[in-house]
Design a protein around this ligand. Structure first.
Ligand SMILES: [Fe+2]
Length: 465
């Protein structure tokens, strides 16, 4: 049985119990600078109070205990109601926009609940070999840890919305970019294996999961059901930006009246511009003298001082409008994936843009870099793909034109986790500065609605050739 696993840094193999402890501890490290009052406030319908995240991630593990720990008694029916997110199969729940309308359970009670669940899960892991369905339990616990890492990232978005520069984030200084990144990579079309499990040599049928595991491949250890199965798609020749679109480039669009001209926008996007009074990305503020500023965890900065950073907090509508204005388009997810991991010269597919080794602080800006910010374009030359595309992993999730739909042959591995969201959402790729290193893969499919922009979302453009 696979009872060991890559650790949080991705560099060594640890027991699942150790990984569980590491992941759970990180959630509490993220919220540590909060004051007690901060934990219960909901500043918008789309965000959740931090107290809810720390309880909900424990609730997820409690569903495993209920199903698989002999004699387990539910901690509190009230907690099941408050901390369930959207799972119809797990009973009634508080409506999402009302999570901030309750002061109970208190933060102290939520942490006591969390500690109780930890004790129970670690005890379950000790007796794992005696359980008849230990493989199932193990895969559910791994899913629970991936779920927790998703919520760690959501916590960063929500704390930003709640407090932004009032939050005392443990920030490290941003790196200086050693190079400029310009232009587009030209990529040949043809058949491409899309998705998790595609053979690393690129042109052959996918391995089984077991075979991948035995190769020791780092990306062979976990993937969500929505990344599978790998399958062939046909791509036309295309070109894709070597870098994400920068704040400076996006400011040009604003200055050219981009938000005032319907011709760049989808009809629904134009409605959103007018309904929400969008004039710039979220967290941009205009001074009296007309200068645009960006507020982030470190304060209020002129766009000029952040001109070389990837634009973030844009919706799919804004990304698409910019692309049309610039005479380009957004890439499909298959184009994005090929640009990120295929090496045409060697005819192999890498697990990551830079090769098969996992992310480190030198090849991508992910949560472990502790920048709490996007980093300047060109700051991670070591993370370039074989086609010369940079910062595809980390910094900003990148919008694609692809609808979030199941891949051909999709089989749900957990009801209501991914499968019930396969409508009306767009795929984003690559992770952000708030994504844990262990959590990201080139095949990872994130998804949001076209109007959403509180997450760390940016984009790069593509064009036909
Ligand atoms: Fe969740």
């Amino acid at each position: 049985m696979a009872s060991t696993i890559r650790d949080f840094s991705g560099q060594q193999t640890v027991s699942i119990a150790d990984l569980y402890t590491q992941v759970r501890a990180r959630t509490m490290e993220i919220v540590a600078p909060l004051e007690i009052e901060d934990y219960v406030i909901q500043t918008a319908e789309f965000m959740s109070p931090p107290r809810w995240h720390i309880g909900h991630t424990s609730w997820f593990f409690e569903t495993v205990l209920q199903a698989h720990k002999p004699g387990y008694h539910v901690y509190s029916e009230d907690f099941l109601f408050y901390f369930n997110s959207y799972y119809e199969g797990f009973g009634q729940r508080i409506e999402r926009p009302k999570r901030g309308t309750k002061s109970r359970p208190t933060v102290k009670e939520t942490i006591a609940y969390r500690n109780h669940i930890d004790e129970q899960i670690l005890a379950l892991l000790e007796s794992l070999d005696s359980l008849p369905n230990s493989e199932t339990v193990l895969s559910l616990l791994r899913l629970g840890l991936e779920h927790e890492m998703q919520h760690q990232e959501l916590l960063v978005y929500d704390i930003k919305h709640l407090l932004c520069d009032q939050f005392n984030a443990p920030m490290k200084p941003l790196p200086e970019p050693p190079m400029k990144v310009e232009g587009m990579a030209e990529i040949e079309g043809g058949l491409f294996w899309l998705g998790y499990g595609a053979d690393q040599s690129g042109g052959k049928p996918p391995h089984s999961q077991e075979a991948l595991r035995s190769t020791g491949s780092k990306f062979g250890e976990f993937a969500f059901d929505n990344e599978k199965p790998a399958h062939q798609v046909f791509l036309q020749d295309f070109a894709i930006d070597k870098a994400p679109v920068s704040n400076e480039q996006f400011l040009e669009f604003i200055r050219d009246g981009g938000y005032k001209n319907f011709r760049w926008w989808f009809s629904e996007g134009w409605e959103a511009v007018n309904r929400e009074h969008w004039r710039a990305p979220l967290y941009w503020e205009q001074q009296h003298d007309g200068e645009w500023m960006i507020r982030d965890f470190s304060g209020l900065h002129s766009v000029a001082s952040r001109k070389d950073e990837p634009v973030s907090h844009v919706s799919y509508f804004e990304a698409s409008a910019f692309a049309k204005w610039s005479g380009k388009r957004l890439p499909t997810e298959a184009e994005w994936e090929k640009a990120s991991c295929y090496d045409a010269r060697r005819k192999i597919r890498n697990a990551f843009p830079w090769g098969d080794g996992g992310p480190t602080s030198s090849n991508a800006n992910l949560f472990e870099n502790s920048f709490w910010s996007v980093s300047p374009i060109g700051a991670f030359p070591q993370g370039a793909s074989a086609y010369g595309c940079q910062q595809m992993i980390g910094d900003v999730w990148e919008w694609t034109t692809s609808d979030y739909v199941p891949y051909p042959g999709f089989k749900s591995e957990f009801d209501e986790y991914n499968d019930k969201w396969f409508v009306n959402q767009k795929v984003l790729r690559g992770g952000s500065f708030a994504t844990p290193q262990l959590h990201i893969r080139t095949t990872y499919r994130n998804f949001f609605h076209a109007h959403e922009r509180w997450m760390i979302s940016g984009f790069r453009c593509a064009r036909d050739m």
